[in-house]
Design a protein around this ligand. Structure first.
Ligand SMILES: Cc1cc2nc3c(=O)[nH]c(=O)nc-3n(C[C@H](O)[C@H](O)[C@H](O)COP(=O)(O)OP(=O)(O)OC[C@H]3O[C@@H](n4cnc5c(N)ncnc54)[C@H](O)[C@@H]3O)c2cc1C
Ligand code: FES
Length: 375
């Protein structure tokens, strides 16, 4: 494994007394370390030019603003490090086949490079849901937010009983394997369980095999009904976990999950569904059903079909409202609405205060009649 490390910052620059703390916003960051975690997962570690204490809630994420092939692109990544090590922060990125940004980061981002980062934000965190007993469940690269939580509890000697169950495809896909075992070997309130879907010829594996199910859940955490559950992973994994807990009559107000967005299969399924609906509706939609969306800052206006989002309206006019998650999580596509009503099905990417002030997330806001936005 190759680890690249930047020139160390002189120790005089560090003073916990004078150092600024991080606040949500746009910041320029320098990549200071690149670590190969597995064959297709890499950690990128960042610092600011002037030392900053990176305080955030473990589980929160940042959104990177990059320029790739002359286009601005934004993607969100969970902060995988812990605020208990505050002079830098890390993200851990898995290559997605055919994916633009994940592959670009792996192939291009190196020590010394500067990028713009927005954040930190996110409702999925262990600070807002304090508990003495947690069950941290993750699948694949979904380990990043729960690892940040585990690192935080570990480093702060928190009196939190942790059960950490991570599912991976094969043993060589287990991210942070050695660190997890190290943590488990140092404290008694950390119980580690690794589940591999399969293992390859020649590999030895002493952990669980298959998928997380009722039997494994009962072995891993017999008292799971008493725990606060934090879960992150691919959509089918999270659906299965949710179903499992619901079937047991678990109090779902103690279940918290983070979605990284649609998988290629979900995207394809949704695209086919949308195309079918669009074809069915195309004949039925008359001109009077069309909805007008006006953009005041640019003086442009367009009509869209019912069900289309404000973001789609902007795209039709060639207006580039930055977008990262496309599902109301990250807040990147927020704009101010000055007139009209929308139905906004967000996933926590906007605060009640912002909504009260008229802001909307354009990726998940469908106009209910004429709408005017300040863009
Ligand atoms: C809050 C949050 C936190 C996240 N944290 C992490 C993290 O810690 N680590 C991590 O690795 N990722 C994380 N992600 C996911 C990350 O933001 C990116 O979505 C991921 O890296 C893929 O981006 P990409 O640009 O490489 O892929 P994209 O170019 O966006 O493509 C994604 C996949 O979809 C396919 N695809 C795209 N469009 C279509 C289409 N129209 N039809 C069919 N297939 C299509 C592509 O081929 C590819 O397989 C997080 C996401 C969110 C929202
Ligand atoms: S793009 Fe993430 S909330 Fe709209």
């Amino acid at each position: 494994m190759t680890n690249a490390i930047a020139k160390p910052v002189s120790s005089e620059s560090f003073s916990p007394i004078n150092t600024q703390t991080w606040a949500n916003g746009r910041h320029n960051m320098r990549c200071v370390k690149v670590i190969d975690e597995t064959w297709d997962v890499r950690t990128f570690c960042f610092m600011a030019e002037q030392p900053v204490m990176f305080f955030f809630k473990p589980g929160q994420f940042v959104t990177l603003e990059l320029e790739i092939n002359g286009q601005q692109v934004m993607r969100s990544y969970t902060i995988s490090s812990s605020p208990s090590v505050p002079y830098s922060f890390s993200i851990t990125v898995k290559r997605v086949p055919g994916g633009l940004v994940s592959n670009w980061l792996h192939d291009n981002l190196d020590v010394g490079d500067e990028i713009a980062v927005h954040g930190p934000v996110g409702l999925f965190n262990c600070i807002d849901y304090p508990s003495e007993k947690v069950l941290l469940l993750s699948g694949g690269v979904g380990i990043t937010p729960v690892m940040s939580m585990a690192r935080w509890f570990f480093d702060t000697n928190a009196e939190v009983d942790m059960v950490f169950a991570h599912s991976a495809r094969t043993p060589r896909d287990v991210i942070y394997h050695r660190e997890l075992e190290h943590m488990c070997s140092r404290i008694s309130n950390f119980s580690l369980h690794l589940i591999c879907e399969k293992y390859e010829r020649g590999q030895s594996w002493y952990g669980y095999r298959g998928y997380l199910d009722q039997v494994k859940l009962e072995m891993i955490a017999p008292d799971f009904m008493e725990r606060e559950v934090f879960c992150c992973g691919p959509t089918p994994y999270m659906k299965a976990v949710k179903r499992l807990l619901e079937q047991n009559g678990f109090d779902m107000s103690r279940y918290h999950e983070e979605s990284f967005g649609a998988t290629p299969e979900d995207v394809e399924e949704a695209a086919i569904e949308q195309a079918e609906i669009a074809m069915e509706e195309a004949d039925a939609i008359t001109q009077s059903d069309m909805v007008q969306v006006e953009f005041t800052a640019t003086g442009k206006s367009v009509t869209i079909a019912p069900g289309e989002t404000v973001h789609t309206a902007a795209s039709k006019l060639g207006l580039h409202i930055p977008k990262a998650c496309g599902m109301g999580i990250c807040g990147t596509c927020k704009v101010k609405k000055t007139e009209g009503e929308v139905v906004m099905e967000h996933n926590g990417g906007i605060t009640d205060e912002d909504i009260a002030e008229g802001y909307i997330l354009t990726c998940c806001s469908v106009p209910n009649g004429k709408v005017v936005v300040d863009f």
